[in-house]
Design a protein around this ligand. Structure first.
Ligand code: AHR
Length: 519
């Protein structure tokens, strides 16, 4: 019993010294104790929190998703890689944002329909200045979403487009028949409309989307939203850059609630925009700073939500974090405009803690999109010609898909610090939910670089019979999958726990992610 106690408790020594006697009165061992009230689920965690983002950037679309119809030995469906489709379906991708990003505000959708050979080209001015041949267009993207059984999220061109172009796109994609654009769609081989609920009105309009002020954009937004006929749309305003709270204030104040369903927010975990560091060769100090940047998401979501609460106490407008993830220097020898980076256990930590933050704010955060799906930034998939690998981030998203549309459960716990020199960050991150079949899932992350931590999870209001678990961990935080060793990091069955009548005692190795299923 004593051995069990010592082994499983977080050991931080609380030494109380008597000023009078000068003797140590006690040395107490205190552990992380988490309480989950399983009967207090209040709202659903939207599956859309687990969404993704695919831009015409580097090798995300071309060479990532799309390998074209001609001259390729890579198995594909209408030019989209079969292995990619299978992997994303397995991960349960709930939505996909397209075509940007900054690219969206240069994109004219009519250039991407009709016979491929006749399509005009454009210079991709944001991403390497390469020639975009428009061979992957609206049909390709929306058919892909159907194949994936995922919801499309289209980002409209506000920066260099027009309202007419925008409403034509809506008509082309969603009208049954008889409208000019629906007829054009049919001529291009698609009889039925697609289902497109999610529409972003511009992207980063404070920057690459037009360098607008919040006040100016609020009017532009209303102009675009005015012409969106149809109640089924979910309209998302281009949102704040990180901690620009004024932006969210103006969106909430100046746009009537009948015209908006979501306000976006972008935040990347980057050490320093002028010196982002290597994706794979990083020091513990860089690791710590990346963790601090990732954990800042909690503060950002809390503060933006507080502003939204003031104007929308019923929480009818969602906070949509439609770009997040780690951002490092590109891999040596690759095009700097392509943002291709490797993905290590550090990225798994970013994913684990960020998704826990979103789950724990799911009363307001209704959608989020990891940047970006394939070969760009914190990708879930990397490709090299016919080869494909799944990153540690992919495995976290897959482990966490049990939370999609489950009932969020509040978790209370005392945390412990991970420290490095003068820096510190909370070591443990937890979220929990109950699914439609009644199973509880608890996702736990220990970001500590070198210490294991133990967490006692006390389950109240629920009699459980069986606990199982999955873990993602590795020997070094720099570890990653390569095309020569694509399964170095993969999920394994987790056995590092013990159960008692109403609690589960979990041992979390350094930089690990664990998901428990409790039934
Ligand atoms: O994801 C890469 C870029 O980051 C996007 O195009 C832009 O919206 C953001 O600045």
């Amino acid at each position: 019993m004593l051995k069990y106690f010592l082994h499983n408790r977080i050991t931080f020594m609380a030494l109380t010294v008597s000023l009078l006697s000068g003797f140590v009165l006690f040395a107490q061992t205190i552990g992380v104790k988490a309480v989950i009230n399983a009967d207090q689920g209040k709202h659903q965690i939207s599956r859309h929190i687990y969404g993704h983002f695919s831009e015409h950037l580097g090798r995300c679309i071309y060479g990532g998703f799309y390998v074209g119809d001609d001259n390729t030995k890579i198995p594909h469906v209408d030019g989209v890689r079969k292995d990619v489709i299978a992997a994303l379906k397995h991960m349960k991708i709930p939505n996909l944002r397209w075509p940007g990003g900054c690219f969206a505000d240069t994109y004219h959708w009519k250039d991407g329909i009709g016979p491929k050979a006749d399509r005009p080209t454009l210079v991709n001015r944001w991403w390497g200045g390469v020639i975009e041949d428009n061979s992957f267009g609206t049909h390709d993207f929306l058919n892909l979403c159907e194949e994936l059984d995922t919801e499309p999220y289209l980002a409209a061109n506000v920066g260099s487009g027009t309202v007419q172009e925008f409403i034509d796109w809506i008509q082309y994609t969603t009208h049954e028949s008889q409208s000019p654009m629906a007829e054009l769609r049919k001529q291009n081989g698609r009889e039925k409309p697609w289902k497109v609920k999610y529409w972003g009105i511009g992207n980063e309009v404070w920057g690459c989307g037009g360098n607008m002020t919040a006040e100016y954009y609020a009017n532009v937004y209303k102009q675009y939203a005015t012409f969106m006929d149809g109640k089924e749309f979910y309209r998302i305003a281009s949102g704040a850059n990180v901690a620009d709270y004024h932006w969210t204030e103006v969106m909430m104040r100046d746009i009537p609630k009948r015209m908006i369903e979501g306000v976006a927010l972008h935040h990347y975990s980057v050490i320093d925009w002028n010196n982002k560091g290597s994706a794979t060769e990083f020091s513990e100090e860089e690791y710590m700073i990346t963790m601090q940047r990732a954990l800042r998401m909690d503060e950002l979501v809390t503060r933006h939500s507080t502003i939204m609460d003031k104007y929308d106490p019923q929480k009818s407008v969602g906070l949509i974090v439609d770009e997040w993830g780690g951002w490092y220097n590109v891999e040596p020898g690759t095009n700097p405009g392509f943002l291709y980076q490797q993905n290590t256990m550090r990225d798994a930590m970013i994913a684990g803690v960020t998704l826990n933050i979103f789950n724990n704010h799911s009363d307001r955060v209704r959608m989020a999109n990891l940047a970006q799906t394939i070969n760009v930034l914190q990708a879930v998939i990397l490709t090299d010609e016919e080869k494909m690998l799944l990153t540690p981030t992919y495995h976290v998203l897959t482990m966490y898909n049990v939370h999609q549309d489950a009932s969020w459960l509040p978790v209370d716990f005392n945390n412990v610090d991970y420290t490095f020199k003068d820096k510190k960050a909370p070591a443990i991150s937890i979220s929990a939910s109950k699914d439609a079949a009644g199973a509880i899932h608890v996702s736990l992350v220990n970001i500590d670089h070198s210490k294991k931590h133990s967490v006692e999870v006390d389950i109240r209001g629920y009699d459980f019979k069986k606990v199982t678990g999955t873990i993602l961990s590795s020997a070094k935080v720099q570890d990653h999958n390569t095309f020569d060793n694509p399964e170095k990091i993969k999920t394994r069955e987790f056995k590092g726990f013990k159960t008692s009548k109403s609690s589960v005692m979990v041992d979390l190795p350094p930089f690990s992610v664990v998901v428990l299923e409790i039934k």
